[in-house]
Design a protein around this ligand. Structure first.
Ligand code: CA
Ligand code: CA
Ligand code: ZN
Length: 541
């Protein structure tokens, strides 16, 4: 066990159920959530014993274990909550270990689950109920349905079938009540650069070094120069290829981008391919991470899902998702729209955009932050933070194309603002720069404002690095300075990748990043002060 950590910090257990010997009444009218964010040595001990007891009696199950690639000798266990053997969706803890000792515990448990675990609706019927939401235009496989317990937004526990619905232009995740057939929750599995609002050389002809492989057709965009293989697939705007991919997850070697003489003329494919390699290298250099999954699994990038020439004739949803957008579609697969040429250029032409989508993959293999409300805004913010960080890693700070900055997607945005989000000044495009201004939480608008409310953690990150005064609170933050940004990148990476869980809140992100700062640089460090003051300045306490 290492030295005491973070004694003076606000590392507290929320909803303080007594950890030792906690026995709860069989039924309660209000759900009890135990939210844990403990990094202080005194608090860890009793909670750790409690968690060990839950592991022994099967209420917690050992999930993924990640070896720490930043601090030697540490590991991070994800513990999944179970109720009578079934997963409790959203119930999970992350326990940081130093050898045998527990350093920190983050996450959420549901303490009073009461639910009848015998389904009265079969998975096939559940799939039909989910498909009915979309007039049965998609497919849903009953074989892939998982039975589990869903804590609902209105405080109930319900037995649900969790299943994927494949639509012609989307992938949805649905939770169908296994007793009533009601769809209790559903949402898109696609992670995007922008909300899908239906509007809207390399790409700019600059030289790029391309890692290609020899193929029967000449050369193909298959990168074999890094430990983690990467390939770039060209759908050439073919609706049938996009449909086959969305309906069946099919990617064929015959779709890998090819060029007869290795003098590549498709700037979109070239940028997508080059920038994913740069992003791989960034994450390895900064955090020792080996690819999106940290196991060097193959990354696949898809370009030209819809041809720009078709931007005017496809329906609004298709244009908003597959032309004027960039996506992370799961399974280490990224997709970049061509842009309609009017509101956006090709999305693969912006390094921060490519890194943003890549970082959604990093999140999927770690915290897997729910893509709605506060966890969704954190998911978006982590991608923006990493997108900006990759720019600063490779480019000279400044304004204009291929310069590092605090804007998002500025190299390919052709609308008035010239960027889609700003970390230094979120309100300049209408995004909140203070917690008091978050909006659309709990609504269907942009999944609860995820591409909007990310302005708050984005501003916190910016203040922690660059320093400055928050517009709303008037609080000044002494940033650590751009020259030291590597330290804040590692703090946010550590906090978001290792400590957060699927339902983490802004408050949890504050505690997690402070914990990371203390571990890496000490409780009295300028970094810990900066990250603490930055969250306070944006109103996240
Ligand atoms: Ca830039
Ligand atoms: Ca940028
Ligand atoms: Zn995104």
């Amino acid at each position: 066990m290492t030295a005491r950590l973070a004694v003076s910090l606000a590392l507290t257990a929320v909803a303080l159920a007594a950890p030792a010997g906690a026995v709860h009444p069989a039924a309660q009218t209000t759900r009890r959530e135990v939210r844990l964010a403990v990094g202080e040595a005194d608090a860890v001990g009793p909670w750790s014993a409690y968690i060990d007891a839950l592991l022994r009696d099967g209420r917690l199950d050992l999930g993924a274990i990640a070896d720490d690639t930043i601090v030697a000798g540490r590991s991070h266990q994800r513990l999944v909550q179970r109720h009578q053997g079934l997963p409790v969706f959203g119930g999970e803890l992350v326990r940081q270990l130093a050898g045998e000792g527990v350093v920190s515990i983050f996450g959420r448990l549901y303490d009073d689950v009461v639910v009848d675990v015998s389904p009265t609706i079969e998975p096939g019927a559940a799939a039909s109920r989910a498909l009915a939401l979309w007039d049965a235009i998609g497919t849903a496989s009953a074989d892939e349905a998982t039975l589990g317990v869903l804590p609902t937004d209105d405080g109930r526990y319900v037995l649900v079938w969790r299943l994927q619905v494949r639509l012609p232009r989307d992938l949805r995740l649905a939770f169908v009540n296994a007793h009533s057939g009601v769809v209790e929750r559903e949402g898109s599995m696609l992670r995007t650069q922008l909300p899908n609002i239906g509007t809207g050389g390399g790409v700019f002809g600059d030289p790029r070094k391309v890692s290609a492989a020899v193929s029967s057709q000449g050369f193909e965009l298959r990168d074999q120069s890094r430990p983690g293989p990467m390939a770039t697939f060209d759908f050439a705007g073919s609706p049938s290829r996009l449909l086959a991919f969305l309906q069946f997850g099919a990617l064929f070697d015959s779709d890998i981008a090819v060029d007869g003489d290795n003098a590549w003329t498709d700037g979109v494919a070239v940028d997508a391919h080059a920038y994913q390699g740069w992003t791989y290298d960034y994450f390895f250099a900064r955090a020792g991470r080996r690819g999106i999954d940290d196991r060097n699994g193959q990354t696949s990038v898809i370009v030209h899902p819809v041809a720009r020439a078709d931007a005017g004739s496809v329906d609004e949803d298709t244009r908003g998702l597959f032309v004027n957008n960039a996506l992370y579609v799961g399974n280490r697969t990224l997709m970049f729209g061509d842009g309609d040429g009017v509101t956006f250029d090709a999305f693969a032409g912006a390094l921060d955009v490519v890194a943003h989508e890549w970082a959604h993959g990093v999140t999927e293999y770690g915290a897997d932050l729910l893509y709605r409300d506060e966890p969704g805004a954190l998911n978006e913010s982590f991608s923006d933070i990493m997108g900006a960080s990759v720019e600063f890693f490779y480019q000279t700070p400044g304004s204009g194309r291929q310069r590092a900055d605090w804007l998002i997607a500025e190299d390919i945005t052709k609308t008035a603002a010239g960027y889609i989000r700003s970390m230094s000044d979120p309100i300049s495009v209408g995004d909140p720069d203070h917690y008091s201004l978050v909006r659309f939480i709990g609504t269907s608008i942009d999944n609860g404002g995820i591409h909007i409310n990310c302005g708050v953690p984005n501003q916190a990150y910016y203040l922690a690095v660059a320093g400055g005064t928050n517009r709303v609170s008037g609080l000044r933050v002494q940033g650590i300075g751009l020259a030291n940004r590597e330290r804040m990148e590692r703090i946010f990476y550590r906090g978001f990748v290792y400590f957060l869980g699927s339902s983490s809140s802004f408050h949890d992100a504050r505690v997690a990043t402070i914990q990371a700062a203390v571990e890496l640089y000490g409780s009295a460090s300028a970094e810990t002060t900066a990250v603490t003051d930055a969250w306070t300045a944006v109103g996240v306490l």
